[in-house]
Design a protein around this ligand. Structure first.
Ligand code: HAM
Length: 413
């Protein structure tokens, strides 16, 4: 039996209803703040991600679906949306538009990760990017928008963590300082952390062994090393969040798996999720545009995982679709009359379904009841009887009287 590939899933009709609601809420919350929808291609030149997301990241090292397009060009299924949106900004000369350009997307992304609950190989993200503004209001507004969206969607147990990374230069100096500190305390570190001092000293903050944890308690923190203008920017973002009544935790060791971040960094998690607790996150990326050969342009944004939002929002009841009319056939010879009645009903604006399965008349009525039809028209050779399923009332009509009768009934009810 052929099955959906590992790490992928089908969106079945009940799931689709929940996703449509998420899309409507995203359009409402983001649209109200002036964000406009953008869609970029499902695959891009591989270089966009190696340069944009960063050669050393897990995404680029291990998780990309990369293939040759047959003409010697390397393409990659998009693992994220920020680099593609920046590519589109440059390609379409959006720096000529009033700034910032505020965009949102709801698209699927691809990462070759080990699948588990909340982690898939094809997944959906709703994302927002504001390109062309360095103001702290932009960062704070984006964070507030994601908080509001998660709240509107009923995501439970939400926690917001923020930090600031400063500039790449500050970070490089800080990494050197941290390496020095780790070497001074090498004896107390786990062999694993010791082995990674040169490659990635920041990982030491994630270690769980006692020795390393004790060393890390007094380790220098990047937040204390920020350049004055970066520290000021971060202080303003925090003040704006305080004003907005948004609760957050400061985590000086917050790390995210993408290399393009500068300054503000944030993540929303939910304790309604298991190990994959990150619902959404983002930050500022003031150098990304240059990495992609565009004009130096600041940017900030976030993305949230659609499946993780739905998992952490719990089971919302799915509302059944309204069916105004079910057209049933009293005999095989009335097929054309019945077909045309259903068609006209839909043209008149009613939700109308036609019997398509060759059921007995009793079976048809049972089916109409199951789908919650308000009326059933039983089309016979002599005429049509219209049954009101709520009252049980039944009228004998000519076929052209059926629709006006339902429409009158609808208006009365
Ligand atoms: P990210 O943290 O890699 O950021 O992904 C954002 C969200 O996508 C995660 O918080 C998670 O909910 C969801 N997600 C990621 N990987 C998977 C997966 N394998 N399965 C299911 N859900 C997943 C970004 O992608 C950045 N582009 C966000 C951003 C926008 N930064 C600035 N602007």
């Amino acid at each position: 039996m052929i099955q959906a590939p590992k790490g992928t899933f089908d969106v079945l009709p009940d799931d689709a209803v929940r996703r449509e609601r998420l899309e409507r809420e995203a359009a409402r919350v983001l649209g109200a703040a002036g964000y406009r929808r953008i869609e970029t291609p499902a695959f891009e030149a591989t270089e966009l991600f190696t340069r944009g997301v960063g050669e050393a990241t897990d995404i680029v090292q291990k998780e990309m679906y990369t293939f040759d397009d047959g003409g010697g060009r390397s393409l990659t299924l998009r693992p994220e949306g920020t680099a593609p949106v920046c590519r589109a900004y440059i390609e379409h000369g959006m720096h000529k538009l009033p700034q910032p350009v505020k965009l949102w997307y709801l698209s699927s992304f691809f990462r070759a990760e080990a699948p588990q609950r909340g982690r898939y190989r094809q997944f959906w993200q709703v994302g927002a990017e504001a390109i062309g503004s360095a103001s702290p209001e932009t960062d704070a507004e984006l964070i507030v928008l994601l908080a509001e969206l998660l709240e509107a969607l009923g995501v439970r147990g939400v926690k917001l963590t923020i930090s600031s990374l400063g500039s790449p230069e500050t970070r490089a100096e800080y990494r050197d300082e941290l390496r020095g500190y780790l070497r001074d305390h090498e004896q107390q570190l786990s062999p694993e952390v010791r082995g990674r001092i040169d490659l990635n000293p920041l990982r030491a903050f994630d270690a769980s062994d006692r020795g390393t944890r004790e060393v890390m308690r007094d380790a220098p923190k990047l937040l204390d090393r920020l350049a004055p203008e970066d520290a000021e920017h971060f202080a303003q973002v925090r003040a704006l969040l305080d004003d907005a009544g948004i609760h957050y935790e400061l985590d000086p060791a917050l790390v995210r798996g993408l290399d393009y971040y500068t300054r503000t960094l944030f993540e929303f998690s939910s304790d309604a999720l298991g190990a994959q607790s990150g619902v959404g996150g983002g930050g500022r990326y003031d150098r990304l545009m240059e990495l992609l050969d565009g004009p130096r342009t600041p940017g900030c944004g976030w993305a949230a995982g659609v499946e993780r939002i739905l998992l952490s929002a719990g089971e919302l009841p799915v509302q059944a679709d309204v069916v105004d009319l079910f057209v049933s056939l009293a005999s095989d010879d009335v097929g054309r009359t019945a077909f045309s009645l259903a068609l006209q009903a839909r043209r008149a604006g009613l939700n109308a379904q036609l019997e398509l399965a060759g059921r007995s008349l009793r079976g048809q009525l049972r089916h109409a009841d199951r789908i919650g039809a308000r009326y059933v028209a039983i089309v016979g050779e002599e005429g049509t009887s219209l049954k009101n399923m709520e009252t049980g009332e039944q009228l004998e009509l000519s076929p052209n009287e059926v629709i006006p009768t339902i429409l009158r009934g609808s208006r009365l009810s």
